[in-house]
Ligand binder design. Structure first.
Ligand code: FMN
Ligand code: SF4
Length: 460
């Protein structure tokens, strides 16, 4: 397998411009400026079938082609460096280790869509990453690759880093644009889409860091080379963020379509403590969970994961072993989305909180069987009824966890406590949120992890 996104593992100091250049760096930019028209760049990226790595998997070349060619207004490129999806940690390594690939990708994107300004929207917690990125930016500026006259081509590009303050919703592209404009990051209704009315009312392309990092390689080696990796509809390599109950968690560059089973058992070294696999969330916490039986059959590319009933999102693969309480996991996920809801839409603002409250009660053994129906109904009513898809990001987990692990949810009700905790206690307070843990009665007949699995399978 050829490694191009994580070349830094083989090339020491790749973040320094002289090293980056010694390995072909900025050659793609030169080609894009002097040997290709903007249309040719867009067509090459279109032909490569590169799909956005920020979560939605939208074809990048197609997105660029939506920018009006004769815009009287300035055109902006925004590089989404907010990376807040739980279980996702690829962009931070790219910023730290290969900042020039991002800068080169940005410059080529700007050339393609006729933009002279790029804003890099970076999450507030990325202190080190920002320092490294800005050092690289300074190097590129000193070489004349960023500024009024890029490589003497007469085409100018300025790149500005804008730091966020750590809110998840700032990664949603229209929330990002509002925040960039100095406002609260309330996502916008679409249409109009950013390609027509984005930053400051002007045509704007928003792309993820990993998406942009692919671009110099596509321009340098061509779309046909790119399509030799992974399936035709979703080619290239992908950075997989492997976390959870796994022996070798970490960031792995692998071709799209890599078998999830091999990612877990070969690359990841298998399940922690020799335990049994119970479940996997394949793409960050926003998407439906796979049971162990489903997970071992899935190939990790956008279309295969979708066909198997989930979404690959950011490829934040979270692995859970048979000692995991699925009610606790779902409650944790619900807490995140409730906390991060911007509050604009009633179904999301109220629904995420309602779901979290019900799950706190269920986990503590104070829930009722009918709460499961309420959870499903609240989740269904949130879906597709809001300005952005944050509401769906909780709805989808709820609607997969409950049917796939229903026996486990019902067991919490039957026992009046959590079958996975030694004393049945949960670390969580009741809905009042006073921070005092309440210990339910000890469970008379705890489930073994093994029997939970079997019940869940039967329930499928
Ligand atoms: C709630 C929410 C949070 C998001 N957070 C991020 C993020 O941190 N980084 C990112 O690149 N995309 C994020 N996205 C996706 C962006 O809205 C957008 O689709 C992406 O930046 C487009 O880039 P791409 O086409 O290169 O993938 C988020 C979406 C939603 C709904
Ligand atoms: S769905 Fe939630 S996060 Fe998105 S705009 Fe509505 S309230 Fe805000």
């Amino acid at each position: 397998m050829q490694r191009y996104l994580t070349r830094w593992l083989d090339i020491p100091d790749l973040r320094r411009i002289e090293v980056y250049e010694a390995h072909g760096g900025y050659g793609a930019l030169r080609k894009a400026l002097f040997e290709m028209t903007p249309e040719q760049i867009i067509n090459e990226v279109k032909n490569s079938n590169l799909r956005g790595r920020g979560g939605a998997a939208f074809p990048t070349g197609v997105k660029w082609s939506f920018i009006p060619k004769d815009s009287k207004k300035p055109v902006y490129v925004c590089c989404n460096a907010d990376e807040s999806e739980p279980g996702t940690f690829a962009n931070r390594y790219e910023l730290e280790n290969d900042p020039h690939a991002i800068i080169e990708g940005i410059l080529i994107a700007c050339r393609a869509v006729g933009s002279h300004t790029c804003f890099v929207y970076m999450r507030g917690e990325f202190f080190t990453q920002k320092q490294i990125f800005e050092t690289a930016l300074g190097e590129a500026r000193a070489r004349g690759y960023v500024g009024a006259d890029v490589m003497g081509s007469g085409f100018g590009v300025e790149i500005t880093v804008h730091r966020g303050a750590g809110a998840y919703i700032c990664g949603e592209e229209t929330g990002l644009l509002e925040s960039l404009e100095g406002k609260r990051a309330y996502p916008r209704n679409r249409p109009p889409f950013p390609a027509i009315q984005g930053a400051f009312g002007c045509p704007t392309v928003v792309n993820n860091i990993e998406t942009l990092s692919n671009v110099p390689h596509i321009i340098a080696r061509g779309a046909e080379w790119y399509k030799t990796m992974g399936p035709a509809s979703s080619p290239g390599n992908k950075l997989f963020c492997l976390s959870g109950h796994i022996n070798k968690p970490g960031l792995y560059e692998l071709p799209m379509g890599f078998a999830l089973k091999d990612l877990i058992y070969e690359v990841g070294g298998g399940i922690l403590d020799g335990r049994k696999l119970k479940a996997v969330i394949p793409g960050g916490s926003s998407f439906p969970v796979f049971t162990a039986e489903e997970a071992v059959k899935v190939n990790m590319d956008f279309d295969s994961v979708r066909a198997a009933g989930s979404l690959m999102g950011t490829a934040g693969v979270m692995v859970m072993h048979d000692g995991t309480c699925m009610v606790e996991v779902l409650r944790t996920v619900a807490h995140f989305y409730h906390h991060e809801s911007c509050g604009q839409c009633t179904p999301c603002r109220e629904g995420t909180g309602w779901i979290e409250k019900l799950l706190i009660e269920l986990e503590a053994g104070r829930g009722r069987t009918e709460d499961l129906q309420t959870l499903l109904s609240v989740a269904t009513n949130m879906e597709g009824n809001t300005i952005c898809v944050l509401a769906d990001s909780l709805s989808m987990p709820v609607k997969s966890f409950i049917p796939k692990f229903r026996a486990e949810f019902e067991e919490h009700v039957r026992l009046g406590c959590c079958p996975f905790k030694e004393d049945g206690a949960t670390p969580h307070a009741t809905g009042g949120g006073d921070g005092v843990a309440q210990t339910p009665a000890a469970a008379p007949n705890r489930l073994s992890a093994q029997s939970t699995d079997t019940d869940a399978e039967a329930d499928n």
